[in-house]
Design a protein around this ligand. Structure first.
Ligand code: FAD
Length: 575
């Protein structure tokens, strides 16, 4: 890049918000540049499952589910519990559909509705049994050329047999009995084998992309087709201002890029900044518990504060929570999105007591862990206890089901007895090993087993909603979410409130304009995604509930830039 240059839009961050904003800018004819601090692009979004939650979307009919604006509004109102201004929610509901429609009609970014993926709070008014999550269509990484090598790899839990990706429904089917899932697995293996030549050329990287990899690859391909540059290893030192207006950025190298229309902060959350987490969040907390992108250290918050933005301190303790485990030697924590809900397992605190409906949505469990911690001081960390039937059928973090990977075949660092995965012949011995009261654990498990046999969890209602049953085992009766914990040996693993990222910081208006401490927009400065306080408040409404607002408000922010400075002009040369 030259020492000093002008563009219309400068985007900081190459995740969901960054690339969606850049694409909207390109479609509006703006000259746009994307600056990414790290040496890979895609942010947490490239690790994500890629679901984008769009209520009342035009594709729901394809999966036979009816929705309406009234239902969408009622649900969003219920889950956000009066904490989010109505105009923000309205902007999201209208903008999300327009964002998807625009990208689909004008670019190669494509989605399909996921029919069997219920909203996460299925007991709230306006909830739907599926169809709101949109899944990106698979993409061939070869089409990205050299840029494929610098796409952030997927989250390790998304690789089947540590090798290849599948689509959402295919991966979920692997938990189900019968021939169909096994055939799906064989088909996946067969196609993987057929791609061996491609992998050789790509240094072992499999080009069949689904989930968040497909989403980000499709966005990047659309940007490439329009000649939008994306610079890696490019850190911004400060925002350039002139009389209170943000006019561009100064890079760490000293180079300056002026932004005629605006600067979009899409730098993700502050999940990897331990100092900020200790300052703003409930304790105990640790930046090592997140699975968010390593580059998400809250830079956008600091930059915006320097330009006069106020932080939404009341929201800062919120995250997109998920219970997680910390397997030694792994590059990341592992979230228990699926494991927590499967039969033959429960969560207990360090007093041996249950404290939550383990099958409720992962965000609620993070919140419940901190609520229980505030009451008892014993729920962070907590324990997941499970029996040999769980161990045999289901995974736990990076450890595969026992039928595929017996305890002896588990890598030594993760093997029972080596400090992470605990195992004992009796529940009493397990309790002693992990240092919790044996009598309490025995009582909790006995009570849970009674509920499991009757099919009703009278304490926490586990297994009573469609969401609870999404990851369950239909072979288990009378309730597929509730399997008694009774077959030795017994296992335990420590559970922390992990997260997919933080979700609060900059306050923005319906056009993504960053607001100052007094609530007035800072001219020229826009933000979207996890650097902002979420339109979802403390909720996680359904699969895709974070990507959808990140992309929508980035889209709206760039449109707002156009109206704010009137710089939109067609540039047909960019295709
Ligand atoms: C394993 C996993 C699964 C998930 N599944 C889903 C899902 O299915 N659906 C869903 O809705 N959400 C999901 N999420 C959450 C979702 O990925 C994030 O909420 C979303 O990516 C946030 O978008 P963003 O653009 O704000 O941040 P990100 O996508 O994280 O992008 C931020 C980017 O900004 C860069 N950056 C930071 N500082 C700077 C700087 N100073 N200058 C330039 N660049 C900078 C970072 O390096 C990063 O590349 C998942 C997350 C994970 C980790």
């Amino acid at each position: 890049m030259s020492e000093e240059r002008d563009v219309d839009v400068v985007v900081l961050g190459s995740g969901a918000a960054g690339l969606a904003g850049a694409l909207r800018a390109a479609l509006l004819g703006h000259e746009v540049v994307v600056l990414e601090k790290s040496d890979v692009w895609g942010g947490s979004a490239a690790m994500s499952a890629g679901a984008v939650w769009v209520p009342n979307n035009t594709k729901m009919g394809e999966v036979g589910i009816a929705d309406s604006d009234e239902d969408a509004w009622a649900y969003l109102e219920a889950v956000t519990e009066g904490k989010v201004p109505a105009e923000q929610r309205r902007a999201f509901l209208d903008g999300a559909n327009r964002m998807i429609g625009t990208f689909e009609s004008e670019t190669g970014v494509r989605f399909e509705p996921v029919g069997e993926y219920p909203d996460y709070d299925t007991d709230r008014p306006g909830a739907k049994p599926g169809g709101r999550p949109l899944e990106p269509l698979p993409f061939d990484g070869n089409l990205l050329g050299e840029d494929f090598a610098t796409l952030h790899p997927c989250y390790p839990g998304e690789l089947i047999f540590d090798r290849f990706m599948m689509r959402l429904a295919e991966a979920r089917a692997l938990l189900q009995p019968g021939l169909k899932p096994k055939l799906g697995l064989l088909r996946g293996l067969w196609h993987y084998a057929l791609r061996s030549r491609s992998r050789k050329l790509l240094h072992g990287r499999d080009p069949y992309l689904t989930l968040g990899q497909a989403l980000m690859a499709r966005l990047r391909a659309a940007l490439n087709a329009r000649g939008v540059p994306l610079h890696l290893n490019t850190a911004v030192r400060r925002l350039l201002t002139d009389d209170g207006r943000v006019i561009g950025v100064e890079l760490a190298s000293g180079e300056r890029i002026r932004a005629r229309a605006g600067v979009l902060l899409a730098t993700g959350g502050f999940e990897r900044n331990d100092e900020m987490r200790q300052r703003y969040q409930h304790h105990p907390v640790d930046a090592g518990w997140t699975v968010g992108h390593v580059g998400n250290t809250g830079d956008g918050l600091t930059l915006a504060e320097q330009a006069g933005a106020g932080l939404d301190t009341e929201m800062m303790h919120h995250c997109w929570w998920s219970p997680a485990v910390l397997p030694p030697g792994e590059p990341t924590a592992w979230v228990l999105v699926i494991e927590k809900s499967l039969p033959y397992g429960v969560f207990v605190d360090r007093d041996g007591r249950r404290f939550v409906n383990e099958a409720s949505n992962y965000n609620n469990i993070g919140k419940a862990m901190y609520e229980a911690q505030a009451k008892t001081g014993k729920a962070v960390p907590a324990w997941m206890i499970f029996d040999s039937r769980y161990r045999s059928k289901f995974p736990i973090g990076p450890v595969k089901p026992g039928m595929l990977q017996s305890d002896r075949k588990v890598p030594e660092r993760l093997r029972p007895g080596n400090g992470w995965l605990h195992k004992a012949d009796t529940l009493a011995a397990l309790a002693t090993e992990i240092g919790i009261p044996a009598a309490n654990l025995a009582e909790s498990i006995e009570r849970f087993n009674g509920f499991a046999r009757k099919g009703r969890d009278l304490d926490f209602g586990r297994g009573s909603t469609l969401n609870d049953l999404h990851y369950s085992d239909p072979r288990v009766t009378p309730n597929p979410s509730l399997g008694p914990i009774e077959k030795a040996p017994f296992y335990a693993v420590e559970v922390v409130p992990g997260d997919l990222g933080t979700k609060a910081g900059l306050r923005t208006d319906t056009g993504g304009r960053v607001l100052d401490a007094g609530g007035a927009p800072i001219t020229g400065l826009y933000a979207a995604g996890n650097v902002t306080s979420s339109v979802m408040g403390g909720a996680y409404p359904g699969a895709g509930g974070t990507l959808a607002p990140a992309m929508t408000f980035a889209f709206l922010a760039v449109e707002a830039m156009s109206t704010d400075v009137g710089t939109a002009r067609p540039r047909s040369s960019h295709g």
